[in-house]
Design a protein around this ligand. Structure first.
Ligand code: PLP
Length: 381
């Protein structure tokens, strides 16, 4: 959906109250901090927000319509919509609804999985992965995250990972495709690893970016759950569905594991009617997903070309972000310099001081990145 098309469809169905609400979204923040009005619900005009792997083409027109309807019933706690979405997800994979739990984004489920694991042992992961939620085990002194040594390729070595599962490990976590690298694991290797590893401990496969890959069904390990393995798969409506701000994600696992995790912040109370409505309306919207996937590909081609033209390299991403090798430049300085050009990207991850992650947003925002790139590199040289 183009920016203007999605806006037009939204406005067609909007009530006066909704229009007034969106006007109210432009509020003044402290004049001392920022001397101009900033929108509350997204980036200010002229700012290319490429720092959080969001999909600005969402919400889809169908999701916007459903949210409007659901918001009018916002007085009521969620229930039927939760059951509907759980059932849709379960049926899609030939499972029962008790194999599925929903949360406020997949973060809620991932954090619950980490807490359950942390109470029994440590979590094992590669050196670099989306560990924001797993860190809860360290914050709460439950256990630690054990990490594999870094590989030069920044790929995940599944053999080394399997070998590292000792008695202290209660859960092994694989983000596939990985964030921030954007790289995908070979599906057969992933499947074999999961089957073996799940005999030793729980396997958590964070598949937040699965639907952005060319063959999402081949790249998921959800079928292994149907076969009875101790595997948790985390998915989200925040990425390809363009609903990051609506906060809906889910976990699929064995029913007893789901029940165990639901004791830690999952289930009804973290969910909201509008987010559920958007998720239900988007779940099987393949036309919208194809549209977004193509836009992301176009954006990746633009970034790849710019990276090459400027003498840099990037990892082969299958996602809506790319991990760019800045050579001997510092990624935090680069981030700050890009910000001066109105381009928001990520700074340093752990000790990967020369690696910079950029998300694929609107093509015009990606163009702002590619235009700023030579200027910033020149200033930093
Ligand atoms: C790999 C991965 N998993 C999970 C999340 C959490 O997203 P959410 O809580 O919006 O589902 C993110 C967010 O960027 C992510 O990159």
């Amino acid at each position: 959906m183009h920016k203007s098309l999605s806006r037009r469809l939204f406005l067609q169905g909007a009530t006066a109250a909704i229009s007034a609400a969106s006007m109210a979204g432009v509020a003044k923040v402290s004049a001392k901090e920022i001397n101009r009005p900033v929108p509350l619900y997204g980036p200010p005009p002229g700012i290319a927000k490429l720092n959080a792997n969001e999909n600005p083409y969402g919400p889809s027109p169908a999701a916007l319509k459903a949210m409007m309807e659901a918001s009018q019933k916002g007085a009521y706690y969620v229930f039927d919509s939760v059951m509907r979405l759980k059932t849709m997800i379960a049926e899609r994979h030939g499972l029962t609804p008790d194999h599925v739990t929903l949360g406020s984004g997949s973060s809620a489920g991932l954090a619950a999985a980490a807490i359950v694991a942390g109470r029994k042992g440590n979590i094992l992961g590669p050196d670099l992965f989306w560990d924001t939620t797993s860190r809860v085990v360290e914050i709460q002194n439950l256990g630690e995250i054990k990490r594999l040594p870094k590989l030069e390729s920044l790929a995940i070595d599944l053999d080394a990972m399997y070998a590292a599962i000792d008695d202290s490990i209660s859960m092994v976590q694989v983000t596939n495709p990985n964030n921030p690298t954007g790289m995908l694991i070979d599906p057969i290797a992933m499947r074999n690893f999961c089957v073996k590893a799940a005999k030793k401990c729980t396997v958590l496969a964070d598949e937040a970016y699965n639907e952005l890959t060319d063959n999402s069904d081949a790249n998921t390990v959800i079928p292994l759950i149907k076969e009875g393995h101790d595997i948790i798969v985390a998915r989200t409506f925040s990425k390809i569905y363009g609903l990051a701000g609506m906060r809906v994600g889910y976990l699929i696992a064995q029913p007893e594991k789901i029940a165990e995790m639901e004791r830690f912040g999952l289930g009804w109370y973290g969910l909201n009617q509008a987010g559920l409505a958007a998720a239900i309306a988007s779940y099987e919207d393949h036309q919208f997903m194809d549209y977004c996937r193509n836009k992301v590909k176009e954006a990746r081609e633009m970034v790849s070309a710019a990276v090459k033209e400027n003498g840099l390299t990037a990892l082969p991403s299958v996602t809506n972000f790319m991990f760019v090798n800045l050579g001997d430049l510092n990624a935090e300085t680069f981030r700050a310099e890009m910000e001066k050009e109105g381009v928001l990207i990520r700074g340093i991850y752990r000790d990967y001081t020369n690696w910079s992650r950029v998300s694929m947003g609107y093509l015009e925002d990606v163009k702002q990145y590619t235009s700023a790139l030579p200027k910033v590199l020149h200033r930093m040289s």
